[in-house]
Design a protein. Structure first.
Ligand code: AMP
Length: 429
């Protein structure tokens, strides 16, 4: 086997120590906050029928056009590794009948896109997404944006920027497309090759093009809202007003387009200054998604967790500082002390104390080295003398103080380090 055999496939990563500490911290904080906003988790399969994505995402989007990992399984079914989370959640909600029509759901998990891997673009990446189904009104959109800002703040992110715009109503689409074609008519020659195609198929996507030549042309265009109905403009105004009352700072960006075709009304994007070219942390919006004979309306967002982590580490957050230290490391001299310590370790763990010991019966010196490596708060040492006396040497690794204690005192001393109610509460059960 070459060393390459031990690498995950290109664009995908193993998530392990030390970064995993940060992943877990993000997930714990998010679950806590999402439940405060009355959202419940849903875990949909990673694999879906391809048409779940084709029909919901719109087949002119880049995700569907070139980025899906699709294949035919042995039964001849066309399947796709999910490139995003909304379509699966909507499939789930649409199958739930009336009750789920006002669901508040979130998901955390891997997504797959066969993009060209580069900084900030992975083929497997992770998203945390939120979908508030039903309640099609400006207050629901503002609430989702407020939740997103709250979450980013709770994670410790600063210097993120939230930009908001509208896609208008479905009826506005044709007017916007015609308005843009008209405004772009004389500039077509200056657009990139992809945008030539977009001019015919979906000119709104030209606003999203990252090429300099197209950006220059786009800068001279009137805002898309100028082609839209009064209803669409009023809706956006209401969302922005509520956000102002909730003191959530957002910027209106009349050129913001989200890549997927299912959006109506509010769309938004969050960027972070520290991320370089791929600076989007998250995108969201209101959507109406039709699957089979059902249309599900909702508002939601999806955040790229790799990018949140990159932004946090860029801000100086060290994942190693989040590693949990064991409370206790047990050290034994002699076979009977080792044997008793095994039992004590199990008892302590059952009582909520995190602890460890060398299991191979190595020398005292090696055991103390292991204790230092584990960075435990306390070390319990038991040798011949302690076995005879029924005592324990408890060393506080922070101040170096060592005391000889009997079992009741030992237990009492360890309690404050663990925040648990020591044996009493167990007995009362
Ligand atoms: P999207 O579903 O394309 O709106 O993406 C939502 C968020 O997911 C983006 O703002 C990024 O933070 C993240 N994201 C999307 N594609 C990738 C990718 N290939 N690699 C890493 N993160 C991604």
């Amino acid at each position: 086997m070459t060393s390459d055999s031990f690498q995950p496939i290109q664009g995908m990563s193993d998530l392990a120590v030390p970064e995993i500490h940060l992943w877990q911290r993000l997930e714990d904080t998010a679950r806590d906050l999402l439940s405060r906003y009355a959202f419940r988790e849903v875990r949909t399969p990673i694999l879906e029928r391809t048409d779940v994505f084709e029909r919901s995402l719109g087949d002119t989007t880049d995700v569907v056009r070139k980025e899906m990992y699709s294949f035919e399984d042995r039964g001849g079914r066309n399947l796709t590794l999910r490139p995003e989370g909304t379509a699966g959640v909507i499939r789930y909600v649409a199958g739930q009948g009336q009750d789920a029509q006002e669901a508040r759901l979130y998901y955390i998990g891997p997504m797959f896109r066969s993009e060209r891997p580069q900084a900030g673009r992975r083929r497997q990446f992770h998203q945390l997404g939120v979908e508030a189904i039903g309640a099609p009104c400006p207050a629901a959109d503002a609430e989702a944006i407020a939740l997103q800002a709250h979450l980013l703040g709770a994670w410790g992110l600063d210097e993120f920027r939230m930009e908001v715009n509208t896609r208008g109503l479905p009826e506005d689409r044709a007017r916007v497309a015609d308005g843009l074609r008209d405004a772009l008519k004389t500039k077509r020659a200056e657009l990139c090759e992809d945008c030539h195609r977009r001019y015919e198929e979906n000119p709104l996507r030209i606003l999203d093009c990252k090429k300099t030549e197209c950006r220059d042309v786009v800068a001279g265009l009137p805002p898309v809202t100028s082609f839209m109905s009064v209803e669409a403009r009023d809706y956006l105004r209401d969302v922005l007003q509520i956000l102002k009352r909730l003191e959530i700072p957002v910027t209106e960006n009349p050129r913001l387009v989200r890549g997927l075709d299912y959006y109506v009304h509010t769309v938004w994007e969050v960027t972070h200054v520290g991320l370089g070219a791929q600076d989007a942390l998250s995108g969201g919006g209101r959507y109406a998604l039709t699957l089979g004979n059902k249309t599900v309306e909702g508002v939601g967002f999806a955040m790229g967790l790799e990018r949140v982590i990159a932004a946090l580490t860029g801000q100086g957050m060290d994942p190693k500082s989040l590693a949990e230290r064991p409370d206790v490391w047990l050290v034994s001299q002699g076979a009977s002390a080792f044997d008793e310590n095994l039992v004590l370790m199990q008892t302590l763990r059952m009582r909520g104390v995190s602890c460890g010991m060398d299991l191979q019966g190595r020398s005292m010196k090696a055991q103390m080295r292991a204790a230092n490596r584990a960075d435990s708060r306390y070390v319990i040492i038991r040798g011949e003398h302690e076995m005879e006396e029924g005592t324990f040497q408890l060393k506080n690794m922070e101040d170096g103080v060592q005391e000889e204690l009997d079992m009741p005192d030992l237990i009492q001393r360890l309690t404050p380090a663990t925040d648990i109610a020591w044996p009493d509460s167990e007995e009362k059960k």
